[in-house]
Every structure is written in C-alpha cells, then in structure tokens.
Ligand binder design. Sequence first.
Ligand SMILES: Cc1cc2nc3c(=O)[nH]c(=O)nc-3n(C[C@H](O)[C@H](O)[C@H](O)COP(=O)(O)O)c2cc1C
Ligand SMILES: [Fe+2]
Ligand SMILES: [Fe+2]
Length: 392
Amino acid sequence: MKIAENIYYVGVNDRNKERFECLWPLSNGISYNSFLVVGEKIALIDTVDSRFFPLFIEKIKEVIGERTIDYLVINHMEPDHSGSMGLIREYYPEICLVGNKKTLQMAEGFYREAGKTFCVSEGTTLDLGNLSFTFFLTPMVHWPETMVTYESHTKALFSGDAFGCYGALNGSVLDSTIDIEPYFPEMIRYYSNIVGKYGCQVQMALKKVCQLELKMICSTHGPVWTENIPHVLREYNRLSLYEGEPGVCLVFGSMYGNTMEMAECVAEGLVRGGLKNFSMHKLSRTDPSYLIADAFRYKGLLLGAPTYNNGLYPLMDHFVTDLQHRMLKNRLIGCFGSFSWAGQAVKKLVDFASSPGMELIGEPVEMKQGFSFEIGEKCRLLGESMAARILE
Ligand SMILES: Cc1cc2nc3c(=O)[nH]c(=O)nc-3n(C[C@H](O)[C@H](O)[C@H](O)COP(=O)(O)O)c2cc1C
Ligand SMILES: [Fe+2]
Ligand SMILES: [Fe+2]
C-alpha cells in the first residue's frame, strides 16, 4: 500500500492476539507497522512479529519485486518490531542493519549475529540517493535503544512506538481515510500502559521532533498520522507532562457492596457539584489497562476500597502500585473506604494521596460496618469538593 511518493506500508494486522505483552487487552487487535522507503536505494523500516513473516515478505515482494533491500533500519529492538530481522537477512543476505550502538548490541544479544551494520548516533544522516534519512536518539521511548528516523524529502517521521496505539487497521492506514475517533482513546491507553513511566524522556523526544517539519508520522502501531499531527503532538505533550483533562476517574473495589454504596454517593456528589465528565469503574470488572488510561486522562482521582487482611483491598493495592510505577503526578485525589474491626484501607489511600505531586481533596470518608445516611452525605460532600476543584 503506497502512502506517499516513495513510501509503502508493508505492516500487518494481528487480530489474534488477546493481550499485548500478555498483559494489556486488545479488543480490536493491533498492527505491527513496517515501511519500505524506495529511493535509488531501498530501506525497510522496522519489521513485524515473526509469526507474520510469510505475509510480510509477500507484501515486500509485491512492492519491490526482485530488487534487493539495501538497509534495514531498526528504530526499536522490542521483538514485535525486530522479530523478523533474522528471516529478512536470509532473503537479503547483503542487507545492512542500521541502528545505534545499543541497537546493534541488542541485535547481537537477541539474534546472535547482526550481519552487516551501520552504526548511527544523534543527527547521523544516510543517503538513499534521492532520499535522505536523519536519525535522532529518543532513549526510553520505550527502551534505551529507541530512536526515530526522519526522511527529509517526504518529511516523514518514522517514530517507533511513539504516537502509536492499539487497534488493528481497518482497510487503510492513513488517518485521513478512516474513522479515526476510536483510535484516540486507544492512543491514551497505549501511552499510559506502555510508555507512561517515561514522561520526562518523552518530553525530551518531543523537543527534537517538534523542530522538524512534519507531513507524516509513521508509528509502529496504529494509523499513520497526517492531518491529525497537531492533535497527536498535543496529546503526547499533555500526557507526558502528566496533565489531566478536567474530569474525574472514580475507581472503587467492593466485595459485599458496602464500599459500593459509598461510591454511588460519591458519584451523586460529583453530579451535584455540576461535573459530568467522569468515569466510574468497579475494580473487579474493569481491566487495569483501562483504569490506568483513565487515571492518566483525568485530573481527578476518587479511590474507594474496603480493608482486607489489615491492608488495602488487593485490586486497589495493585492499581495504586500501577500508578506509582508510572510516576503519575499532578493529580487531585479523594479517598473513601470501609472496614469492620480495624480500618487500614483509607489510611493507605490517604498516604498515596499525600505523596509528592498529589493533592488530597475533601475529607476522606471511612465507614465502620454498615451504611448510614450520615456516611452517604459525607460521601456526597467528598464528590462535591472534588467537582468544585475540577471546575474552578
Ligand atoms: C477476606 C476479608 C478480609 C478482611 N479483612 C479485614 C481487616 O483486616 N480489617 C477490617 O477491619 N475489616 C476486614 N474485612 C472486613 C471488610 O473490610 C468490611 O466488611 C468492608 O465493609 C467490606 O466492604 P465491601 O462490602 O465493600 O466489600 C475483611 C473482609 C474480608 C472478606
Ligand atoms: Fe516497544
Ligand atoms: Fe511496539
């Protein structure tokens, strides 16, 4: 599939995979994007998961016939992109692997031999005759060797995982030709699940990328961005600065319904306070992937959980740890929870809400045993306090 003068999409859809990294649910599959840049010399940018190699090589042959590939640029060594490297070299033994020092070391480590190589560093250029690549290092977006490749003639940026999203591509790869709306939430989910920890490094990468004139961003997953480039850059900037949109993610756990009654009242408080933009999740029903995405999306977090074995209800403990690992910050947090004989849950949630970069909102509500009208009203007040801060 030709996507620009000299650039062809040769990636594949994986509609079988249930979970990316065996962790993150794929309700609509995922694409592994690879591109052929056909100048006087030919370069292949990234590869695909090796299980798709037969289809991949067919697509390549369809574009270049019996011509050979001169360069294989590997922007990212994770196996969803580097997996077909060895097989490609069997077809094109003279192919030259282009990567930075860390890429080439990893290529040796993963696949024992890298073959012919060309080692690049920040700003190195590679001439394809009528086309020309410049390489920029973007470490930790998402691994240490990650880099991006810019083709200055077409003004296309091959960005690795950056700006990628979950979801197979239906019928086309260009954002201007498909219904793009479903991909935006999947970009936030992908970012928060996979890259979320590295906000600082994403900021450094954005500074480099924003100096380039961009007509096309070709990520390794999801649509090729053209008319949506400004939106995608804005979203990445916001997410990597940990800036939430004015809204709330309400997450609660409950075994027997006591904490859930509290959560219902907290939600009533949000609405009473005039807030519409919020999501509400019961921990046992919603996969952590979506919870993390909403925690990154919204400025406010309302967390409710029962005490369990003298600690926090395990699913909430897990969720809070997920957020801590991703160094989520700049969040307004409200807490509520329940216990029967010695409360721990609310204390632990308040500890989280008091950690650096977080701000505790309203009065935490702690309930002993059964629900009462007083507790209900305290929960509504908590919701109202949060709504007031979000809307101020
Ligand atoms: C397995 C289990 C362990 C619990 N551990 C504690 C505990 O250590 N301390 C406590 O005060 N309550 C404990 N409880 C009681 C619950 O925290 C309390 O009943 C709470 O209101 C349940 O909330 P829920 O109805 O939202 O599930 C435990 C309950 C269960 C089922
Ligand atoms: Fe990756
Ligand atoms: Fe990837």
